[in-house]
Design a protein around this ligand. Structure first.
Ligand code: 8OZ
Length: 371
């Protein structure tokens, strides 16, 4: 039996424990460049078994929010190198979450003020976050997207490949996580609510999953599959994601991932940041069957779970063998030393929602460590 505090080899990475910091958007990187505060924030949390960065855009086109970081400019990569150096210096391991938002964007954030891109020209019923001329933030409706032309898709796959290579070779990350969750580009292709294409990337499940596998293969080739993880969210309604029949779709996806040698599969169970038993379609999603589909197909990657875990739920998930790794979001925002607090049964700081997105030190690097 393993516990949450036992080490584990995950692909090419040796983790000292199973407590993972989930990717968390914090909107504190003006011009897409992480600041000194970002360096401090991640290095404070270096005792995590693994740090996953906030979602980070692979290209300007992949941007959808104000002040989120990127992996496509030399200044962005140099800033991330300072983050990874500081984390390594503090004894930690860090991968970056590679992000293309697809339709969850706004023309004001796109190259030349153009329309965001998507599988189909269907506007999401969702909001994004912008910074106004006077420096204040506000939420705005996502813009109407345009459908990607077939001939544009290889360029997007190349953007993932280039970002992965730069993240590892230039920015010093230990690996990358492909963001295929929460209603962003890859998830928009997967789910039938946002994908009405009638070409090789739409319609039957293998077509809707085609972009995901092309991205996984390109990224794995660029950095080695043992440095690649992927995040999926089979039933989340986040960002207007919808599909009436998620079980066969996501069982197919993890079966296809099984042969690709990834370090880990990271699943958001339920509605992101919300109800764990959230349902899309007529039946509850069977997470055990989904995991079994991956293992039956020969998948040997670590199984990472996320969404609403507290200490007891996380400990039992690992001890029962239901999961290998548990990713914590809000608890890691508020507790830089979460591993020690969970291990020693210390009280936890409460996260302050008002300072999640944007701002400075407050609610970011000023949460206290336990005495
Ligand atoms: C919260 C706010 C903005 C973006 C996700 C990247 O849901 C996000 C995100 C979360 O995956």
């Amino acid at each position: 039996m393993s516990t949450l505090f036992d080490p584990m080899t995950v692909g090419d990475l040796d983790l000292p424990n199973r407590v993972v910091m989930a990717p968390l958007t914090r909107n504190r990187s003006p011009n897409a460049v992480p600041t000194d505060l970002v360096v401090e924030y991640y290095s404070q949390r270096a005792s995590a078994g693994l740090l996953i960065t906030e979602a980070t855009a692979i290209s300007h086109q992949g941007q959808g929010y104000a002040d989120v970081p990127g992996l496509y400019g030399e200044d962005q990569l140099a800033a991330w190198k300072r983050v990874t150096d500081a984390v390594h210096e503090a004894g930690g391991r860090i991968v970056t979450q590679m992000w293309h938002v697809g339709r969850i964007s706004h023309t004001s954030l796109q190259p030349d003020g153009g329309k965001p891109v998507a599988p189909s020209a269907i506007q999401a019923k969702s909001k994004t976050y912008l910074i106004n001329g006077d420096g204040t933030g506000s939420f705005a409706e996502t813009s109407e997207p345009r459908a990607l032309e077939l001939g544009e898709i290889p360029g997007i796959v190349d953007d993932y490949r280039r970002a992965a290579k730069a993240a590892v070779e230039q920015a010093g990350f230990d690996g990358v996580e492909i963001h295929a969750a929460n209603g962003y580009l890859i998830d928009q292709f997967l789910r039938s609510g946002s994908n009405h294409r009638d070409d090789a990337y739409g319609g039957p499940i293998p077509n809707r999953a085609r972009l995901l596998f092309e991205v996984v293969d390109a990224v794995a080739e660029a950095v080695g599959s043992g440095r690649v993880g992927i995040r999926l969210s089979p039933v989340t309604p986040a960002n207007d994601a919808s599909d009436p029949d998620p079980q066969p779709l996501f069982d197919y996806v993890v079966r296809g991932l099984a042969s690709r040698g990834l370090a880990y599969i990271h699943t958001i169970e339920g509605a992101t940041g919300g109800q764990r038993d959230y349902q899309q379609g007529n039946e509850p999603f069977d997470y055990a069957a989904y995991k079994a589909a991956y293992r039956d197909a020969g998948g040997e990657g670590a199984w990472m779970v996320n969404n609403g875990y507290d200490g007891p739920l996380a400990k039992s998930a690992v001890q029962s063998g239901r999961a290998d790794l548990v990713a914590f979001g809000k608890l890691f925002i508020a507790n830089p030393d979460l591993v020690a607090r969970l291990r020693d049964g210390l009280p936890l700081n409460e996260p302050d929602k008002a300072t999640f997105y944007g701002g400075g030190v407050k609610g970011y690097t000023d949460y206290p460590f336990a005495a």
